[in-house]
Design a protein around this ligand. Structure first.
Ligand code: PLP
Length: 397
């Protein structure tokens, strides 16, 4: 039996430049983002400016996590208790969690065969629910047809929040993911595309919305110290009306992140070389199905998903077990019992009026997921593909 030797949770080291910058911050003792000298920009300020510049948007707020960014995005967008928020049924728990945190009610939308949100179902649920907000997860990096998404948003007057936790560095038709919506949220948590342990970004082009997000993040009355932010006049009323939900970024993490933003595109290419090896090899296996990705989508292959059409739960578990025996870690989004980072929508039992989504359940029932850490070489990816292929063929009946 082949045994894969590396760990699926081992990241690359923080760039030396980031380590040095972090040490320099520690030597000053000024870790708090607002602890600046007159006219000085903190590491957090610079990070926000650099990320706004990377995306080509005017405003950026760095904060404590991706989930926090999602929560604050909804508050800043004006979501009120009891409001309905459309969101993918196929996503990760922090997404419905952030909706719940804002007092709103998630309206779950089916997944399509390409693992993206089902756009027909989105239009139908927008129509029937009367929801005014869409929290769109580009789940596992799969970008739905953004032209159609934007047409649906225009038709139903939906405020679009993009959850770009898996699409930092990706684009659709040459336009960066995160620049389509009214707000976009990103994560800098260890398993995403940049790594500061925890961390997140919220970007936006609406001055009032951004002013509210900055106030929510815990800026006290120091909002004038922000640079990737609207003019101080915009805060005139907003500073009195917006509660402080403390969740700032600190200079230590910002220092670690800045060189990673600078190197992001190069990292994305490294991910995609690994992804394409896996995709090519796995597609050759007759029992494995991988949706063909549209030309317009420039994804970041930091993980790979594939389906085993016709496999029952027992067979899927057998594939996972065989791979695990070879040290290859697959996650299953169809598991009745939520495990590790994955969970199926019906395990979020706090959602009132939980719908049944037979199509989502069908698709998730054979959908497997694998992380592609950059500590894996291209040869490692060849080896992993062989292990998966053998495990799948051995579990066919
Ligand atoms: C990780 C993740 C988040 C939340 O990010 P954190 O920084 O871990 O809070 C949100 N959405 C998706 C799809 C994610 O994978």
């Amino acid at each position: 039996m082949k045994i894969f030797e590396k760990s699926f949770t081992q990241q690359e080291a923080i760039p030396e430049e980031g380590i040095n910058a972090a040490v320099a911050v520690m030597r000053t003792g000024r870790l708090h983002r607002y602890n600046t000298l007159e006219g000085e920009k903190s590491e957090t300020d610079l990070l926000e400016l650099e990320f706004a510049d990377y995306l080509g948007v005017p405003y950026c707020l760095a904060c404590s996590s991706g989930g926090y960014a999602l929560h604050v995005a909804m508050r800043a967008a004006g979501v009120n208790a009891g409001d309905k928020v459309l969101c993918n049924a196929f996503t990760l728990a922090p997404v419905p969690g952030a909706i719940h945190n804002s007092g709103a009610v998630p309206v779950l939308v089916d997944v399509a065969d390409d693992y993206c949100i089902d756009l027909d179902d989105l239009a139908a649920r927008a129509e029937e629910s009367g929801a005014r907000f869409l929290m769109l997860s580009h789940m596992r990096g799969h970008i739905a047809d953004m032209d159609r998404v934007m047409a649906i948003c225009a038709r139903y007057d939906l405020f679009l929040i993009e959850d770009c936790a898996h699409t930092m560095g990706a684009s659709w038709n040459g336009q960066k993911s995160g620049t389509f919506g009214d707000i976009a949220c990103f994560s800098a948590q260890t398993y995403k595309h940049v790594n500061s342990g925890e961390g997140g970004f919220l970007t936006c082009r609406h001055p009032e919305v951004m002013a509210r997000a900055i106030m929510h993040s815990g800026s006290y009355m120091l909002f004038e110290k922000h640079f990737a932010a609207p003019a101080k006049e915009v805060f005139e009323q907003i500073r009195f009306e917006t509660p402080n939900y403390s969740g700032r970024m600190d200079n230590l993490r910002a220092a670690i992140l800045r060189p990673q933003i600078a190197g992001l595109d190069a990292q994305c290419q490294r991910w995609n070389r690994r992804y394409s090896i896996l995709e090519k090899q796995l597609s050759r296996c007759s029992a494995i199905s991988i949706p063909v990705r549209p030309d317009a989508e420039r994804y970041v292959g930091s993980s790979i998903q594939f389906s085993l059409p016709g496999f029952n739960a027992e067979q899927v578990l057998e594939v996972i077990k065989r791979c695990a025996d070879s040290n290859v870690v697959l996650k299953w989004f169809g598991d009745e019992d939520p495990k590790d980072y994955t969970s199926r929508y019906d395990s979020w039992r706090y959602i009132e009026a939980m719908p049944t989504l037979p199509n989502t359940e069908l698709i998730l029932s054979t959908l497997l997921d694998m992380r592609i850490p950059l500590t894996f070489s291209e040869d490692d990816c060849e080896q992993i593909a062989l292990i998966i292929d053998e495990a799948v063929m051995a579990s066919c009946r």
